[in-house]
Design a binder for this molecule. Structure first.
Ligand code: C2O
Ligand code: CU
Ligand code: CU
Length: 457
């Protein structure tokens, strides 16, 4: 790596596995993304994004989130299976100057999760300006599994975001027509809040925890020399064994942990297809993919000691058979037609699920604690990443066929391109005063009303 290459930095690690407590402060910041002028940002305890919080499962962790901003924010633990009262969704908005102190009692398998603000109507903007961070749920046994676990050395946390900057270097987020219909698509790749950086890696096996923290962009990731990626974990945790892939699709809200083998010492670049996901495009008949772009170059640094040089054979993420054949079915249709009406009439943004836009004062349905259900989710005009709070689910089918290999692990977010069928088990309670959300994770769609809420009890 030449000296002129910027070396990728990782968010500071806030390891709460021993102390079992951590604190975050939502605050304003300033950043020079491209060496240009400073732009106003927001972050948790720093200028942009937040620290990576490492949490021990099987135990309780005292969290503390302080709001030092002038607007309400929240910290939703996307991927943590905690009760609705502790979930950090729109019902747990933190008023300016206030502090929220939930105890996170975790009894879920290890996973890469994340946190972000989730105030209804403000989520897209707050995440755009930086209110997001990563969570590692760990059981401390990654060394026994033969997995890389050295933070920022061979265990890399990578937050993928696309942004636009104006000529002064400021984040350019204006809710134009196309943006509010299709969601924000940037022209500049930002990884961990950095542009144009290169990740230094040891000459061995490296674990990348990929988090799609973009508002709307879908990545189809691959490596420039076509070497495989070995998927070891999806949203909800490990697979039963590594799955060798040429490409990994990650929609907003989704995570994937992959192992990449750098033992040949060669530099390689993580690329993405430029996926076009547009309602107007669909209507005009012109969707699809347009070329590739660089997400992150990797360069091998032989001075870094190699800890892991072989791929593990097995992980312990067997999927139980949820046996939902006779479980009740719920149907969801993610609907943009009101949004299209908005385009014609220029009235309020309106997106909906089953013809109802989100109303925070109205519960959409109630689920029994411990029950199994099958959800059939159908999308309209675009591909929509569908996310459900408070549960992990299995994908039973995609458009009537078995799920694609990358969707065969535990998920909490799935890209709906047509229709998916999900198997869910509700294991945590959510009272009607603190219900769980289900929504499209294109944040402009979510803010526009493509969201609902349900209680579990
Ligand atoms: Cu990542 Cu309801 O959110
Ligand atoms: Cu969530
Ligand atoms: Cu959507």
């Amino acid at each position: 790596m030449s000296d002129s290459d910027k070396k990728l930095q990782y968010p500071p690690l806030l390891d709460a596995t021993a102390s079992q407590r951590f604190a975050l402060k939502a605050q304003t910041g300033t950043m020079r993304f491209d060496g240009g002028a400073a732009t106003n940002t927001m972050g948790y305890s720093q200028d942009y994004l937040g620290p990576t919080v490492r949490l021990l499962t099987g135990s309780d962790t005292q969290a503390e989130v302080q709001n030092a901003l002038r607007t309400p924010v929240s910290a939703h633990w996307h991927g943590l299976l905690v009760p609705g009262t502790h979930d950090g969704g729109p019902h747990q908005a933190i008023a300016p100057g206030q502090t929220w102190q939930p105890v996170l009692s975790l009894d879920q398998p290890p996973a890469t999760a994340w946190y972000h603000s989730h105030v209804h109507g403000a989520t897209a903007e707050q995440v755009m300006f930086g209110l997001a961070g990563v969570l590692h749920v760990t059981d401390g046994a990654d060394d026994d599994r033969g997995l890389p676990s050295d933070y920022g050395i061979d265990d890399l946390t990578l937050v993928l975001q696309d942004r636009k900057f104006n000529w002064r270097g400021r984040i350019n987020y204006d809710a134009g027509m196309q943006q509010s219909m299709d969601g924000f698509i940037g022209d500049t790749m930002v990884v961990n809040g950095q542009i144009g950086a290169t990740a230094a890696v040891p000459q061995g096996v490296v674990r990348c925890r990929l988090v799609n923290g973009s508002n709307a962009r879908i990545y189809r990731l691959s490596l420039s020399d076509n070497r495989p990626m070995h998927l070891i974990a999806t949203d909800g945790g490990f697979l039963d064994r590594p799955l060798t892939l040429q490409g990994l699709t990650l929609a907003p809200g989704e995570r994937g942990e992959v192992l990449i083998d750098f033992s040949d010492g060669k530099a390689v670049t993580l690329l993405s297809d430029n996926i076009v996901n547009s309602a107007m495009g669909a209507i005009m008949g012109g969707s699809g993919s347009g070329g590739q772009f660089t997400v992150l170059p990797f360069a091998v640094d032989t001075s870094v000691p190699v800890r892991i040089d072989t791929l593990p054979q097995r992980l312990d993420g067997e999927l139980p058979d949820l046996a939902v054949a006779s479980a009740p079915v719920r149907r969801f249709s993610l609907d943009m037609s009101m949004g299209m009406g908005m385009m014609m009439s220029r009235s309020d943004r309106q997106f909906s699920i089953n013809d109802a836009a989100f109303d925070q004062s109205r519960l959409n349905f109630a689920v029994a604690l411990g029950s199994l259900e099958r959800w059939v989710v159908q999308g309209d005009l675009m591909m929509h990443p569908f996310h459900i709070h408070g549960v992990r689910f299995q994908v039973l089918s995609e458009n009537g066929k078995p799920p694609q290999p990358q969707n065969r692990g535990w998920k909490d977010t799935v890209l709906v391109a047509g229709q998916v069928e999900l198997a869910l088990q509700f294991e945590k309670p959510a009272p009607s005063t603190a219900p769980y959300m289900y929504h499209c994770h294109i944040l402009e769609h979510e803010d526009g009303g493509m969201m609902g809420q349900f209680s579990v009890g």
